[in-house]
Design a protein. Structure first.
Length: 355
């Protein structure tokens, strides 16, 4: 396995900048997830690392060696795509062994590698089946197995679970986490699914507009977002973002510290007695999930619509659409952002200034 270092990576298409100077170091054995909105550059960055796209500027180092201009086949990487890309006329065993045969590896070694990967991925009973006889989850496991047998320096995953239904995504996510724990390989994973990012990653790289907004562990990003973009992107439901002037009369104005925006997670907004309330909200939607309830509300601003405020409550709720509810914002969980959108106390964070 190997580490990866990207220095000043830029990628332009016809004069349009897609990657705008990416600097990133990934340690040997890390599981790093790239997240961001559509068009942010995360898949392009993965393809640049793989050698499927050439860089406009910058350097790529794998295991200490520069590979910026090296062909994809010479980088020692293995990629798992969103589409399974299996050969339909080949069996599972043949799909997994095909690349090794082309590399001239001995038959005994091929058999050993395929057997080991099949046992890891619970595919031993399916080695003689063709892809058409497999479920979507089994096909994706074959695609992962095809990468494992190559014993790559780094595994690259491009939204590998997006074609699976919800139940299969959960099951395959668990398998990926167990696989990483077992083989200890360096893995880079692209997804738009925050749950995948939060549960799989050692570190998350949040991308936006071709730049890195913040890098950190899942809980670092959740608990200490560097700016408004990360605050609004990480978390499901997202962080509530309120203009400071909305709560100046609610008893917490002195805690704003000059911030233009206050942020607070849904679990840190509490229904309370009217005398203790910072805000009064109107309930627009009640999402009953059994063990917890999400209230989608609007903070009363005197206007026709109000400012959206999501509240997470333990257990079940008797509230209904149209009800009015006094709420309190937990002081120890307030986030403060300045007029430029940056966290007011970002000294320990990895963030960029807006350009």
């Amino acid at each position: 396995m190997a580490g990866l270092e990207l220095r000043g990576i830029r990628k332009d298409y016809g004069g349009i900048a897609v990657l705008k100077g990416i600097d990133l170091s990934i340690a040997d054995g890390e599981f790093v997830v790239f997240v961001g909105p559509s068009g942010c550059g995360k898949s392009t960055l993965l393809r640049v690392i793989a050698g499927l796209e050439t860089v406009t500027a910058g350097d790529i180092h794998i295991d200490g060696a520069e590979v910026t201009r090296a062909a994809a086949s010479d980088r020692g990487l293995a990629m798992v795509f969103q589409s399974y890309a299996l050969y339909p006329h080949m069996t599972v065993h043949q799909n997994m062994s095909f690349a090794l045969e082309n590399m001239g590896i001995a038959k005994a070694e091929i058999a050993s590698r395929v057997d080991r990967a099949a046992r890891m991925l619970r595919l031993t009973d399916y080695l003689q089946r063709r892809p058409a006889a497999l479920s979507g989850g089994q096909r994706q496991r074959v695609a992962i197995g095809r990468a494992i047998v190559r014993d790559p320096k780094i595994f690259l995953f491009d939204e590998p679970l997006s074609n699976l239904d919800a139940e299969l995504r959960v099951a395959t996510r668990k398998e990926l986490a167990a696989l990483h724990a077992e083989i200890g390989g360096t893995m880079i994973y692209v997804t738009h699914d925050q749950v995948e990012a939060m549960t799989l990653a050692d570190r998350i790289v949040v991308l936006n507009g071709g730049r890195i907004e913040q890098i950190g562990t899942p809980l670092e990003l959740y608990n200490r977002p560097a700016n408004l973009f990360v605050a609004g992107f990480i978390g499901s439901p997202r962080m509530n973002l309120l203009p400071t002037k909305l709560v100046l009369g609610g008893g917490i104005g002195g805690m704003a510290g000059g911030a233009a925006t206050l942020g607070i997670r849904p679990e840190h907004v509490e229904p309370c007695a009217e005398a203790d309330a910072d805000l009064t909200v109107r309930v627009d939607l009640v999402e009953q999930l059994g063990g917890e309830t999400f209230l989608y509300t609007a903070a009363d601003t005197g206007g026709p619509n109000g400012i959206p405020l999501t509240i997470r409550c333990d257990g079940q709720s008797r509230l209904a659409r149209g009800d009015r509810l006094p709420v309190r914002l937990r002081r120890d969980h307030l986030h403060r952002f300045d007029a430029a959108g940056l966290a007011c106390h970002p000294e320990s964070l990895s963030a960029r200034s807006p350009s």
